[in-house]
Ligand binder design. Structure first.
Ligand SMILES: Cc1cc2nc3c(=O)[nH]c(=O)nc-3n(C[C@H](O)[C@H](O)[C@H](O)COP(=O)(O)OP(=O)(O)OC[C@H]3O[C@@H](n4cnc5c(N)ncnc54)[C@H](O)[C@@H]3O)c2cc1C
Length: 490
């Protein structure tokens, strides 16, 4: 039986581990942290539960596909529930917009903002669906190592159809009359840590994922997902060692043959799957002989600034997912990606899972997970100095949007900065979605799932193909596992 070492127990690593173990490989996962899940993590304190990373579950079928592959029923591991009210959007002039999976409800909401945009929304969603369906059978189904296959006439026509030299913001401006709706649809660029003013219009497919395929929640919290994958992996004999950091991937004759741990131990394997951030892996875990300068310079995705707030008060105006928009979206993204500074008037995302799941906070309280897009770490911001004042600005902003006495009602609080993301998960400059998609060719420039330089070395996770976000990293694990299984057949 071939031995595989997986570096990192993020969702990409766990996805690869489950599939490889089910296919008969002997799999060992090495994780530097105490728990599995990587950036999908959680904190429990004072009766409050918080997911500290992902909060929105999309593309449920990708999770089901993993369990189906393992011949298990997902329902025996996870309770995944739909959220009909996907997200509540707030603006500083007091207006609101409820995005719902029930499209008639969404259209009614759109009509309140701009009646002409109801028809525009229908057309937009039809286009988004078409884009998604093409991506599903090309980018989301094939590794970048299959690029020659993707460039065959069968796929090329479709790829050209969804490719665009236009930005997402320009695309949305073409469709919608309402500046508010443009802002809503521009926001989808942040789902891969990018700017709507730079990311290509291809990403207009993302709204179909939410409106067409649905928004979901894992009862008990999103952290139930890595827990379920850990259980699944162990059922197939995967060994998971936590508190176990890899120092180096051992390469002999341009072939990965194992790893060396930070404690000095050397472990041999037939293949290595790196779920550690791909850019960091190339920088720090592989001999400099293989140093990839272009990859080193690739723009990281945005990072995040997070407040976990246990609040002894109910805010009935909140939905499960909420967005409090900035007044000037362009200025916000200029700050994040051009000036590399936290935005002065930021858009604030608030997840109050206590609104739909009573297990997440005491009965008369809310567990608020507050997330802002932040620039990747750089010398212009020392979060040890600035975190407190930025926290105060956010609390003030939320109070000004009607979350009265928020500051006074906080009884538990924790701040997570970009520096924390960088240090805890060893991500490239604190990026939370891997590399950015701020460029027309960005989708082609991600790290492929099989190394082109080192045999038997594979990459999975947010900085690799097909991208960041939970479902996509699960797909990266699938692609790597399939290539390993195929290579073993030879
Ligand atoms: C605040 C935040 C909000 C998000 N919101 C959403 C959302 O709503 N929906 C969504 O789908 N996605 C969301 N995401 C993105 C999503 O969580 C990530 O894209 C995904 O979980 C990343 O998985 P990954 O496979 O890349 O592994 P990671 O989570 O990056 O895990 C990699 C693991 O490797 C370990 N590691 C690194 N180096 C070593 C080493 N040398 N030795 C051993 N172990 C090592 C790390 O400790 C880590 O556990 C969010 C992320 C964050 C941070």
């Amino acid at each position: 039986m071939k031995k595989i070492i997986v570096i990192g127990a993020g969702l990409g690593g766990l996805s690869a581990a489950c599939r490889l173990a089910k296919s008969g490989f002997d799999v060992l996962v090495l994780e530097k942290n105490e728990t599995v899940g990587g950036k999908v993590n959680s904190v429990e304190a004072g009766g409050y539960k918080f997911d500290t990373g992902a909060s929105l579950l999309t593309m449920r079928h990708v999770f089901e596909d993993l369990f189906n592959f393992c011949e298990r029923r997902i329902a025996d591991y996870l309770t995944i529930e739909p959220l009909e009210l996907i997200c509540r959007y707030f603006w500083s002039d007091g207006s609101r917009f409820d995005a719902s999976g029930d499209l008639r409800k969404t259209e009614n909401e759109i009509a309140k903002l701009e009646p002409r945009d109801v028809e525009n929304f229908r057309k937009y969603l039809a286009d988004a669906r078409c884009k998604y369906e093409i991506a599903e059978k090309t980018f989301l189904a094939h590794s970048l190592n299959d690029l020659p296959k993707l460039l065959r006439p069968k796929y090329l026509k479709d790829l050209l159809h969804i490719s665009s030299t236009k930005t997402l913001a320009a695309h949305n401006e073409n469709y919608f009359q309402s500046a508010k709706l443009r802002q809503v649809f521009n926001r989808f660029a942040t789902y891969n840590g990018s700017s709507p003013y730079k990311t290509p219009a291809t990403f207009a497919l993302v709204p179909f994922v939410e409106f067409g395929l649905g928004a979901w929640y894992a009862r008990g919290g999103i952290y139930e997902i890595p827990r379920a994958l850990e259980r699944l992996a162990k059922e197939f004999g995967v060994e998971i060692r936590t508190n176990c950091a890899v120092e180096k991937i051992v390469v002999e004759n341009k072939k990965a043959v194992g790893v060396q741990l930070e404690n000095g131990e050397a472990l041999k394997s037939d293949c290595v799957v790196a779920n550690s951030d791909a850019v960091e892996t190339c920088r720090n875990l592989i001999d400099q002989e293989f140093f990839n300068e272009k990859l080193d310079k690739r723009e990281p995705s945005s990072s995040g600034f997070v407040l976990l707030l246990g609040v002894k008060k109910k805010f009935p105006q909140l939905a499960h997912h909420n967005i409090f928009f900035s007044d000037d979206y362009r200025a916000e993204f200029d700050a994040l990606f051009r000036d590399l500074r936290p935005a002065e008037n930021p858009t604030v995302y608030v997840c109050a899972s206590s609104r739909t799941d009573a297990t997440q906070s005491p009965e008369t309280s809310e567990n608020l997970f507050v997330l802002l897009n932040a620039p990747h770490t750089n010398s212009k911001t020392d979060w040890k100095i600035e975190a407190k004042s930025y926290r105060d600005l956010i609390i003030k902003k939320l109070e000004s949007f009607g979350l009265e006495d928020l500051g006074e009602s906080i009884e538990f609080e924790q701040i997570i900065t970009p520096e924390d993301f960088e240090n805890k998960y060893r991500t490239n400059r604190g990026s939370i979605y891997g590399v950015s998609s701020n460029g027309i060719f960005s989708a082609f420039l991600r790290v492929p799932n099989r190394s082109r330089q080192i045999k038997n070395l594979y990459f999975v996770g947010g900085a690799t193909h097909p991208g960041g976000g939970m479902p996509l990293v699960l797909l990266s694990g699938k692609m790597a596992a399939e290539m390993i299984a195929k290579a073993a057949e030879k």
